[in-house]
Design a protein around this ligand. Structure first.
Ligand code: SAH
Length: 362
């Protein structure tokens, strides 16, 4: 509920002064009582946004084949963790596991772990995955605690982790803090030149006035933890999200409410907040953590390489003409560059000595 959260955030700003965007974001999204994820079902036609697995079963099926192939490529280890971060309504994992059954022993060898902050979505996942006895954690950290090989998927998860922003002004770079007044919340410039050293290379001195620099400490930590776990334990991670292949400046903060863009500061807890993922940073962080990164490649390219068209043709062969048209339309939405095909990207993280995972190298 926007009022309850707004009052709490305003009280904290009154006591402590303007807060960074990531602090505001964390409260708005994950407050256990009134946060966005506590409230309901954000995903699907009736929610705020639609994701790839909700558009076509082919998305999850191809990821299931990708996982089974990576698992077999590392000797089909017994007793591995299959982790999904932010499984939404459970559709992706349901389709993934149905397809992965083609690899004998895969489902028998896995321990399924789902990490999700949303209680309503965890309930939806329990329904969708009733046959697979998953274990849940509420944080990505807890989901990475195991010891056997780690196979991990995360679709539209990293974009949901909170960011901070800095803006170039006439005086230099200043953080975009959030202040409160009678009108509501607004961005207020913080002290000059207050950004972390890690960003120094990304914040060119000669950036034009108004340029925006974004950084998510939690996203960096999450990628480093995944990469370190995969490198130490074996396995592979597949991350798909929207973003850019090269680091760049720009304001990508986005709020969606009932499928429409909304003011990100207006009603904390009522709108979904996301930002674009910097895939160059994902690859660099994975390497620093001792793993190898493959990609990013555009989602369209990735799905075509994994056989999206053949799978669509085989489903269509058993469908009515209307259904076949629906399958064609859905796959086109996932792979066409003007739809989701090039804004969304896929990257894989694997141990340096593992075979290259499918679909990410020409
Ligand atoms: N992967 C799904 C859903 C993407 S939406 C799909 O493709 O349909 C983002 C998901 O991440 C939701 O399930 C949300 O509850 C979860 N989530 C967002 N922030 C989180 C956090 N900080 N910790 C754990 N889960 C989070």
């Amino acid at each position: 509920m926007a009022e309850a959260l707004s009052a709490r955030i305003a009280a904290r700003i009154a006591a402590e002064g303007p807060m960074p965007l990531d602090a505001f974001w964390r409260i708005a999204m994950t407050d256990p009582e009134h946060g966005y994820y506590a409230a309901g079902q954000p995903i699907g036609d009736a929610g705020d946004f639609v994701t790839a697995p909700e558009i076509s079963q082919i998305f999850g099926e191809l990821i299931g084949l990708w996982l089974a192939d990576a698992w077999q490529g590392q000797g089909a280890p017994d007793g591995f963790d299959l982790v999904e971060l932010g499984p939404g309504r459970g559709q992706l994992m349901a389709d993934t596991l149905r397809a992965a059954r083609m690899a004998p022993g895969f489902t028998e060898a896995m321990r399924l772990i789902l990490a999700d902050a949303s209680a309503p979505l965890r309930r939806a996942q329990a329904k969708a995955l009733a046959n697979h006895a998953p274990r849940w954690t509420t944080t990505w950290r807890d989901a990475l605690e195991g010891d056997g090989p780690l196979f991990l998927i995360a679709n539209e998860f990293l974009d949901a982790l909170p960011i901070r922003q800095w803006r170039k002004t006439a005086e230099g770079w200043r953080e975009q803090l959030i202040a409160a007044d009678a009108e509501g919340f607004r961005f207020a410039p913080g002290p000059v030149a207050g950004f972390p050293n890690r960003l120094a290379d990304d914040a060119p001195e000669h950036a034009p006035e108004g340029a925006v620099l974004e950084w998510s400490a939690e996203r960096d930590e999450c990628i480093a933890a995944i990469a370190a776990a995969v490198a130490a334990r074996g396995g592979a991670a597949l991350i798909i999200d929207y973003g850019h292949a090269a680091t760049r400046l720009g304001d990508s903060l986005q709020a969606l409410r009932n499928g429409r863009p909304a003011d990100p500061l207006a009603d904390p807890g009522d709108a979904d907040l996301t930002s674009h993922v910097d895939f160059a940073a994902v690859a660099a962080i994975a390497k620093r953590a001792g793993a190898k990164a493959y990609g990013p490649v555009d989602q369209g390219t990735f799905l075509l390489r994994l056989g999206a068209e053949a799978r669509a043709a085989s489903l269509s062969a058993r469908a009515t003409p209307e259904q076949a048209a629906g399958i064609h339309h859905a796959v086109r939405r996932l792979i066409h560059p003007l739809q989701m095909g090039s804004l969304f990207k896929a990257i894989a993280i694997a141990p340096p000595d593992a075979p290259p995972p499918a679909g990410l190298t020409p």
